[in-house]
Ligand binder design. Structure first.
Ligand SMILES: Nc1nc2c(ncn2[C@@H]2O[C@H](COP(=O)(O)OP(=O)(O)OP(=O)(O)O)[C@@H](O)[C@H]2O)c(=O)[nH]1
Ligand SMILES: [Mg+2]
Length: 411
């Protein structure tokens, strides 16, 4: 039995109605760079063409803590479309203490938009986030220099910021010389739209950088998706719906597909349960099937928010196993790269991030006793809770709000 849908009506939603390929785009940058404002302005431009629904700034940063502090703390997902693609926009928080949430958004992204405030420049934390994203597989980038209307921002400063960004992207082998750098003032665009929320026709330049951003995103080659393999999807969020003993879990399908009526296993953090898909959603509208690359919502009966959490995965029945020890290959970051300035040793206990999971890990064996900044090592890690993990997956080790090392799972 499929349940009555919640949220938008699919026949009215520009995203679900369009039979177009979809990509997910993460907005990444330091706190106060203007990501949420840019996203709101983008939805304004799309809404003006009937290609999306306007999402106001305060609807993106809507949690009490976000309103109080004037900054994003959790992820926001917004959908829209152009004539060529459907877009899932992910607004990542920029504050250092929310890096865990930003990481979660990065793990779902195909394309990155690096937002840099013209009056702030490329900060160390923005560099850290780009480095992490590039490592976990976000290779297509656009840069948006925002707040060009701020006082003291002149042509010279813009040129300098642009140079610095290109140089940095080159250092990560992200084709910094060719990356498109756009300049705009999204807040001004929103202000000009006034209460009627229409960008004035006599100010075509206001929306130009927004359309240029969409053009660049549509010009990237479509990411390769593995539709054929065994299904698995990391859970990024859990919502209580339809009563106390059922939840909706959301996440981006990593591999394979899932349809109504299919069975699945839910694994991770000491939980292992089997379920049946009774209701599936995409962009809050009901669908019959989702496949690799789609951001999906799956209704699960018989579970609660207390035993279902981010970092667990859904996978094809019997096709996933949980791991409590991992062999990994990694490189410790230097302090210039935002890493530690001193070595760490066997017994070190950082936080391991893999897909949307994060779990405390202990280094129990290492190819050398010490791992100074910049060194490459193989480690055996024991995890404090078993999680679903696959060989070849990229990992990030973090501790005390620092990225300590980047690597991958050997087995
Ligand atoms: N002058 C000017 N200010 C802007 C512009 N865009 C955003 N701002 C201001 O910059 C501040 C931060 O903007 P946000 O969009 O919340 O920044 P954010 O990157 O989402 O920040 P976090 O959520 O904390 O990561 C707000 O006060 C905005 O009003 C712009 O184009 N021009
Ligand atoms: Mg924000």
């Amino acid at each position: 039995m499929a349940l009555r849908p919640f949220g938008v009506r699919p026949e009215r939603d520009p995203y679900t109605r369009a039979p177009l390929p979809s990509v997910s785009v993460a907005l990444i940058g330091d706190a106060g760079a203007g990501k949420t404002t840019l996203l709101s302005a983008l939805t304004l431009a799309l809404a003006n063409r009937g290609w999306g629904v306007l999402v106001e700034f305060y609807a993106l940063d809507c949690a009490a803590i976000e309103r109080q502090n004037g900054e994003s703390s959790s992820l926001s997902h917004v959908t829209g479309r152009t004539s060529r693609r459907r877009h899932l926009w992910i607004d990542c928080p920029g504050r250092v203490r929310y890096t865990r949430n930003a990481y979660n958004g990065i793990a779902q992204a195909d394309i990155g938009v690096l937002v840099v405030a013209a009056d702030q420049g490329l900060t160390p934390h923005a560099r850290e986030l780009v480095r992490i994203a590039a490592h976990v597989g976000v290779r297509d980038w656009v840069v948006f220099l925002s707040k060009i209307d701020a006082p003291d921002v002149g042509a010279e400063l813009l040129e300098l910021s642009e140079l610095e960004i290109r140089e940095f992207m080159n250092s990560l082998e992200l084709a910094g010389d060719d990356v498109v750098v756009l300049r705009g003032a999204p807040r001004r665009t929103l202000e000009l739209a006034g209460v009627r929320r229409v960008i004035p026709l006599d100010r075509p330049n206001e929306a130009a950088p927004l359309w240029a951003l969409l053009d660049v995103i549509d010009a990237f080659a479509l990411p390769r998706r593995d539709d054929r393999g065994a299904f698995w999807m990391p859970i990024d969020d859990v919502f209580a719906r339809y009563g106390p003993r059922s939840v909706i879990v959301t996440g981006k399908v990593a591999r394979g597909g899932l349809a109504l009526g299919d069975e699945f296993d839910l694994l991770g953090f000491d939980q292992s349960a089997r379920g049946v898909v009774r209701s599936l959603h995409q962009a809050r509208a009901p669908v019959e099937r989702v496949s690799a690359g789609d951001h999906a919502g799956v209704w699960i009966e018989g579970r609660t928010r207390w035993n279902t959490r981010r970092g667990q995965v859904l996978c094809a029945p019997g096709r996933g196993d949980m791991r409590q020890t991992l062999r990994v290959r990694l490189r410790a970051l230097t302090s210039e790269e935002g890493g530690r300035s001193t070595p760490y040793y066997i017994g070190y206990r950082p936080q391991l991030h893999v897909h949307t999971a994060d779990v405390t890990a202990t280094v129990v064996e290492s190819s050398r006793v010490d791992t100074p900044p910049g060194a490459s090592r193989q480690h055996r890690l024991t995890l404090h809770a078993p999680i679903f993990a696959l060989p070849g997956q990229r990992i990030v080790l973090r501790a005390s709000d620092q990225t300590v090392a980047l690597g991958e799972i050997i087995d």
